[in-house]
Every structure is written in structure tokens, then in C-alpha cells.
Design a protein around this ligand. Structure first.
Ligand code: V4E
Length: 235
């Protein structure tokens, strides 16, 4: 499993020139569609878990346990998420989160628990395929956000790989990301430092955290969900 450490930034007209100037290599452009899933009462996202299907590939981003950080500014501007990409692992993790929430009691009922157990039984007996949507309906998961992104990606060598993505979402929002992948047990502080120094090389201001595509999407199209996430200090 890897931890994705990233810092978002506001894209401006000069960014391409700056990337070239600091030696970043363009590694390609692509377009993809993302669908994000949650229960109707947002069990996953209110715990900061993000279940996504991108062009048929599933991913679960999970909040990474915070370690020591070099300074507060770096910590405030960067986010860290564990990425699970194995489909069976995603299914069992999602089931665990929903089960634990149900056991916690607030909205628990026996039919919900029976439903979750049914999914668990199915997993033991059937091989689920990544394009199978039955597990979603069994767990009562629905798509709450869907959008396309055009992405231009760059790579930099700074004591290891640093990736820069420039994203343009189809609902009219552009955002950049400086990203380092840290393998399990890897040096988190070094990754944060590499991101901070790349941001400085690009002349990015470090005043406040920049909103991601999801912030803007929910703010516009799902304001109630957005308000709940703000309230829970997730976004
Ligand atoms: C983790 C998260 C979300 C899931 C997608 O996040 P993001 O990395 O912004 O999307 P994308 O398209 O760049 O994914 P990639 O291609 O890198 O896999 S949506 C909201 N969050 C939480 C979150 C947060 N708390 N703070 C920041 C700055 N970003 C996201």
C-alpha cells in the first residue's frame, strides 16, 4: 500500500513555462471520468474515506495516520491519503467501515446488518469482478459525484520522483497538484519536504490550502453534503 502526499495549487498562465524551466518533463495528457460512491447518509466521506471508480478501476483513499511533520505550514498545505487499489481489499474495507458504523448504533437496524452479512457471504462464495455493481447495491452505495477531468502530467527528479498534475474538470474548475507517493513505512517527512521545495521552485504562494475538484463540485451540486463535510472538518 502507498500513501499519496500532495499539495494543490492554483494554476496560472505561467505554470507551463515554470515547469519547463525547473526541468519537469511532460509525461502525457489524458482524460478520465470519475464516479464517487457513498451511502445515502455519507458514512464513508464523513469518515474521510473516498471510494472512486475511474474508467473501470476502483480506488479507496483512506485518511493516513499522521506522523511527525517538519512544520505546521507544510502540514497545513499538504494532504495524505492511503490508497487501496486491490478490488477485494476495497470491498472488505468498505464493508468493515459500514459495519462498524452500523454497530456504533446511531442508525443501526438488523436489516442493515443482515444486508452487510449477505455481502460478506457472497464474497466468500463468489469472485466479484470490478465491473460488478451488485456489491454497491447490496451495501446501499450510490454515486454522489461524477465528472470528467483533462489532465496534463509532469515528472521531476528531486531525490526521488515528484509528479505534477494540471487538472481541468468539466464543470469549469482548474487545479494543480504536486504529488509524491510514499511506500508503506517510507519517509513521510522527506516527501513533505520535496513537495514544499518543488512548490517554492514553482514560485507558489503558501498562504492557504487550495480547494480540490471535489470541494468545488460538492459546493455547487451537493451543498447539503458539502456543509456536513465542512462541519466534520473533512474538507
Ligand atoms: C481525498 C479526497 C478526495 C478524493 C480525490 O481527491 P483528489 O486527490 O483531489 O482527486 P484526484 O482526481 O487528484 O485524484 P488522483 O488522480 O490524485 O488519485 S475528494 C476530497 N478528498 C479530501 C481532500 C482533502 N481533505 N483535502 C484536499 C486538499 N484534497 C482532498
Amino acid at each position: 500500500m502507498t500513501v499519496e502526499v500532495e499539495r494543490k495549487f492554483v494554476c496560472n498562465a505561467e505554470i507551463m513555462g515554470k515547469l519547463q524551466h525547473i526541468g519537469a518533463k511532460c509525461i502525457g495528457q489524458r482524460q478520465f471520468q470519475d464516479q464517487y460512491f457513498d451511502s445515502p447518509d455519507f458514512i464513508l466521506t464523513l469518515k474521510d474515506f473516498w471510494l472512486r471508480c475511474r474508467e473501470g478501476l476502483w480506488e479507496l483513499k483512506c485518511p493516513a495516520v499522521s506522523g511527525t511533520t517538519p512544520d505546521n505550514e507544510t502540514q497545513a498545505l499538504c494532504s495524505r491519503y492511503k490508497e487501496i487499489t486491490s478490488f477485494p481489499l476495497i470491498q472488505s474495507e468498505v464493508r468493515r467501515i459500514i459495519r462498524e458504523h452500523t454497530a456504533e448504533g446511531s442508525e443501526s437496524n438488523s436489516s442493515q446488518r443482515e444486508q452487510i452479512d449477505k455481502v460478506a457471504e457472497n464474497e466468500d462464495t463468489e469472485i466479484s469482478s470490478a465491473d460488478d455493481t451488485k456489491w454497491l447495491s447490496d451495501l446501499n452505495l450510490i454515486c454522489f459525484a461524477e465528472f470528467k477531468t483533462k489532465r496534463c502530467s509532469f515528472m521531476l527528479e528531486r531525490d526521488g520522483a515528484v509528479r505534477v498534475d494540471l487538472d481541468q474538470a468539466d464543470f469549469g474548475y482548474c487545479v494543480g497538484e504536486i504529488e509524491v507517493l510514499v511506500p508503506e513505512g517510507g519517509d513521510m517527512n522527506a516527501a513533505l519536504q520535496r513537495i514544499t521545495s518543488t512548490a517554492a521552485e514553482l514560485g507558489l504562494s503558501s498562504e492557504k490550502k487550495v480547494k480540490g475538484k471535489m470541494d468545488i463540485y460538492l459546493q455547487r451540486y451537493q451543498p447539503d453534503h458539502y456543509a456536513k463535510l465542512l462541519n466534520a472538518h473533512i474538507l
